[in-house]
Design a protein around this ligand. Structure first.
Ligand SMILES: Nc1ncnc2c1ncn2[C@@H]1O[C@H](COP(=O)(O)OP(=O)(O)OP(=O)(O)O)[C@@H](O)[C@H]1O
Ligand SMILES: [Mg+2]
Length: 506
């Protein structure tokens, strides 16, 4: 054995799926007390690689060594015995169980043959405090938001006392505050000698947290570099070329107001939300998590009700709480929770891409199947969806490629008002630029785009105007030129009130 600090080594791993070579000879090693970043485009093979270590998949060829000895990880129990814990990109929790039950699933503490609930909940409480999340061990996982789910996953991994901790895009769904908390936990674990495999598409996290980086391209490891490597060099290794302009916004001539939202209010959630989006315009909505951004756009799309106010497209009122009416008016929504709301996982890429168009076309009485196929082919090509073919089930696409399909299906539909909620979450840097180009094309063709994003550089780089929400209200509006990180943050943490309420003494 060469390095006494080496925990794990992977040599020449190959893995194929029908029609796809996912891994084509990958080498990787992990040392005690380091954060080793796995970097690569959507579909490069990162998740597949780590699934070899958790026992979810088995390599066709190649070896895995733990402490210098070859091992065969046949399932989750083998991984656990070897001290390997994994936090997956797709959450692995059981929605109907409580937080504590999920953390100790299959390992519940027992007393006299019965599950010792008290102890389980007390132990869970300690772990949850350690990750700094304010959630009851008795809460049902179903009721938790996505960030808290992530923290519960981490608590669960900590409970396994792993020597190797694998995290597949843990920061994709976290706010910057939560990311800081997570980094603090990871740093403590590293000091304790744990080896951490960390996957991320946020390049700035690499220098902040990482020690070494292994870059995977098309299923092959193409390089191993220190985490201090400049970002543009990392991008070049990852996508094989450099990226000139990360935010290529081209502002077209603006037309009339397409989307008008007037005094939209849902008691206790959002209040008096008023704004317009014009043809050709990209309006960004910034704000902290919990500011009410997703709630507002879901109401605009008819997915949720509202109590007062109105939504209009080209001046015509859209029936409230009616997704079909919203779609008929030309409104589309790419939701934040793509797995839950955006995709039919056991249908093909083509079927998913056609979901919205089908609905409108069928109602019109004719379905142009050949046209649909050609259109699906075109959009998948433009977005660079990495797949065996249009017939591949969406479930087996990589995380980032699933997200591209959700966006693609709305781009294919004749959407005049496209609402994007965290559109580039989990998307690699190269593919992000492709999505921004498509936003340019849409607005150049006269569509209106409303974009929620927690990625502030993205909001600033792609919006023509930025609305900032705080505590369920629009706290302010910034033009493209005046929108800076500081200006947005100042509004995001402000306490907006309306005059009427101020006079009522709220
Ligand atoms: N069960 C499966 N059946 C068929 N193909 C699969 C399966 N699992 C993964 N693949 C394919 O293997 C390739 C690698 O996917 P993987 O999920 O490892 O990518 P990734 O690097 O994690 O990407 P992302 O950044 O988008 O998460 C993709 O082309 C994917 O479609
Ligand atoms: Mg992945």
């Amino acid at each position: 054995m060469s390095n006494p600090d080496e925990l794990l080594r992977i040599e020449g791993i190959r893995k194929t799926f029908p029609g796809v070579v996912a891994l084509d000879g990958v080498d990787f090693d992990l040392r005690r007390g380091e954060v080793h970043v796995l970097l690569g485009e959507n579909g490069a093979g990162k998740s597949t690689l780590i699934k070899m270590l958790s026992g979810a998949y088995h390599p066709d060829e190649g070896r895995v060594l733990v402490d210098g000895e070859e091992v065969h990880i046949r399932g989750a129990q083998d991984a656990e015995r070897l001290g390997i814990a994994t936090i997956y990109q797709e959450f692995n929790l059981v929605p109907d169980l409580t937080v504590a039950e999920n953390i100790f699933l299959g390992r519940q503490p027992r007393r006299l043959g019965m599950i010792d609930r008290k102890r389980m909940e007390a132990d869970a409480e300690v772990l949850l405090r350690r990750v700094g999340v304010n959630v009851s061990p008795r809460a049902r996982v179903r009721e938790l938001g996505i960030a808290r789910l992530q923290m519960v996953e981490i608590a669960k991994a900590l409970s396994l006392n792993a020597r190797v901790l694998i995290m597949d895009e843990p920061t994709a769904v976290l706010t910057s505050e939560e990311v800081e908390k997570l980094f603090a936990i990871v740093r403590t674990l590293r000091e304790d000698g744990v080896g951490i495999v960390f996957i991320t598409h946020h390049l700035e996290e690499i220098a902040a947290l990482g020690d070494r980086v292994t870059v995977i391209r098309d299923g092959k490891s193409v390089g191993q570099v220190p985490a201090t490597t400049p970002e543009d060099e990392l991008v070049r290794l990852m996508v094989g070329r450099s990226i000139e302009q990360q935010y290529p916004r081209e502002v077209p001539e603006q037309g009339a107001a397409l989307l008008t939202v007037e005094g939209l209010t849902r008691d206790g959630v959002f209040h008096d939300v008023t704004f317009e989006v014009h043809a050709g315009e990209v309006v960004g909505i910034a704000g902290l998590v919990g500011a009410g951004r997703t709630e507002v756009v879901r109401a605009v799309f008819g997915a949720d009700p509202y109590d007062e106010g109105a939504v209009k497209v080209s001046g015509a009122a859209v029936k409230r709480h009616d997704v079909n009416a919203a779609m008929a008016a030309g409104i589309g929504l790419v939701p934040e929770d793509r797995k839950g709301q955006g995709l039919v996982l056991d249908a093909s890429v083509e079927e998913n891409l056609g979901l919205v168009t089908m609905r409108t076309a069928t109602r019109a009485g004719l379905v142009d199947l050949r046209g649909q196929h050609a259109a699906a082919e075109r959009i998948a090509g433009q977005l660079g969806v990495r797949m065996a073919g249009l017939g591949q089930h969406v479930r087996t696409l990589s995380g980032g490629n699933q997200q591209k399909v959700v966006i693609g299906k709305w781009l294919l539909a004749d959407t005049r008002v496209l609402i994007l909620d965290e559109p580039t979450r989990g998307i690699d840097v190269g593919a992000k630029v492709e999505i921004y180009q498509l936003i340019n094309e849409l607005t150049a063709a006269g569509a209106a785009v409303l974009m929620i994003s927690s990625d502030l550089p993205e909001v600033l780089g792609m919006s023509d105007r930025v609305l900032v929400m705080a505590q369920g209200r629009i706290a302010g509006e910034l033009a493209r030129g005046e929108a800076t990180q500081d200006a947005v943050m100042a509004l995001a943490v402000s306490t907006p009130t309306t005059e009427t309420e101020a006079s009522r003494g709220h």
